[in-house]
Design a protein around this ligand. Structure first.
Ligand SMILES: [Zn+2]
Ligand SMILES: [Zn+2]
Length: 357
């Protein structure tokens, strides 16, 4: 057994490079997982571009599947060798937030006060784009993968599926409702899939990239709108008898898409926001109907924890969710710089990049 490993480390502007690091140590409540497959996230690209701050020297990545390599003495019910999925968000299960049903905001521990939400891996602590990583609060976060599911079928559940689908859950999309999803990147595509799972009758996908709009149809969109060809708000009004949709999902994090969501939502409807916003976000008075249109604005951070991951895996296992079309490119961990260059610059029709250590 070696005691060093290869890891993708953030080292400054557009520099995520392969380094040799010690294999992480396993504390009593931890597990060490040997990574078998991971993916690059849009959030990692924000780190790569220095648009989201993490410490230099941090191992990045938060979307892992792997095999348990070592277990802390306080963790029970698992064995070394078990295949596991670990969510991007790793709640502790016992703090104020976890006990108040805000697991994604779990950050009540005194050494973690600077953290936003419970996003630890590849942010507050070392991440998963490596040969091994440490799972904190392992008892709450190791989800065993059923034998009949492959790594590729599970890896996108860790973050983008959990996040994307959560927009429809937070908005409480009802049977027969209409839903528009603004931006059909990986998270928007999962939100589109979520709208179908929740029983929406009309699902509208908005983007400008033809390939993404065609995957949107596979994920469940009935109508797709290329916003460079037509005004998406006018098109949505036309499709909804002039009212607007019951729920508009913001899956990009830009002022324009946020405004479109407000404008495309019917009076009394809901804007369900997933985007991570940069710069400034304004709520235009007219779009918000001066505060008397009863429009609700809700946000959700990726739900994590093993029970969330179990449920998502069951959806895949029973044929209700298939994210296969989203993995468009595959690299080895050794090719990490090429992988970031391609994904960061959105070349070659990329949707999601998988990495194999
Ligand atoms: Zn992610
Ligand atoms: Zn907690």
């Amino acid at each position: 057994m070696t005691d060093t490993m290869k890891a993708a480390v953030f080292e400054g502007h557009e520099r995520i490079v392969l380094e040799e690091r010690p294999v992480p140590q396993c504390g009593p409540n931890d597990a060490i997982v040997k990574v078998t497959l991971t993916t690059i996230c849009g959030t990692d690209v924000h780190i790569w571009r220095e648009e989201y701050p993490v410490e230099q020297g941090r191992i990045v990545g938060h979307e892992p599947v792997g095999v348990i390599h070592e277990l802390g003495v306080a963790v029970s019910g698992y064995e070394v060798g078990d295949r596991v999925l670990v969510g991007a968000i790793t709640p502790c299960g016992s703090c104020f937030y976890c006990q108040n049903h805000s697991e994604a905001q779990c950050s009540g521990h005194e050494d973690e006060w600077k953290m936003i939400g419970a996003w630890r891996l590849g942010n507050a602590i070392d991440g998963v784009q490596a040969e091994y990583f440490r799972v904190p609060y392992a008892q709450a976060n190791l989800a065993k993968i059923p034998d009949d599911l492959s790594d590729e079928q599970c890896v996108l559940l860790a973050d983008i599926a959990s996040t994307g689908i959560s927009a429809t859950e937070t908005a409480n999309v009802g049977l027969g409702q209409s839903v528009a999803v603004f931006a059909q990147g990986p998270i928007g595509l999962c939100a589109t899939a979520g709208a179908r799972l929740k029983g929406a009758s009309l699902i509208i996908g908005v983007d400008s990239i033809g390939k993404r709009l065609s995957i949107a149809r596979e994920m469940g969109a009935d109508e797709v709108i290329d916003f460079t060809q037509e005004d998406p708000v006018a098109a949505i009004k036309r499709l909804t008898e002039g009212r607007g949709v019951d729920v508009a999902i913001e899956a990009l994090g830009k002022q324009q898409t946020f405004e479109w969501c407000l404008d495309a939502t019917r009076p009394g409807g809901t804007v369900s926001s997933l985007g991570v916003y940069g710069g400034k976000l304004e709520v235009p008075l007219e779009s918000f109907v001066y505060g008397i249109g009863d429009k609700k604005i809700l946000t959700t951070l990726c739900p994590g924890g093993k029970e969330r991951m179990r449920k998502l895996m069951e959806l895949v296992r029973h044929g209700r969710l298939n994210l296969g079309p989203l993995i468009t490119h595959r690299f080895s961990l050794d090719q990490i710089e090429d992988a970031y260059e391609l994904f960061g610059n959105q070349r070659d029709g990329v949707v999601k990049v998988a990495l194999t250590p």
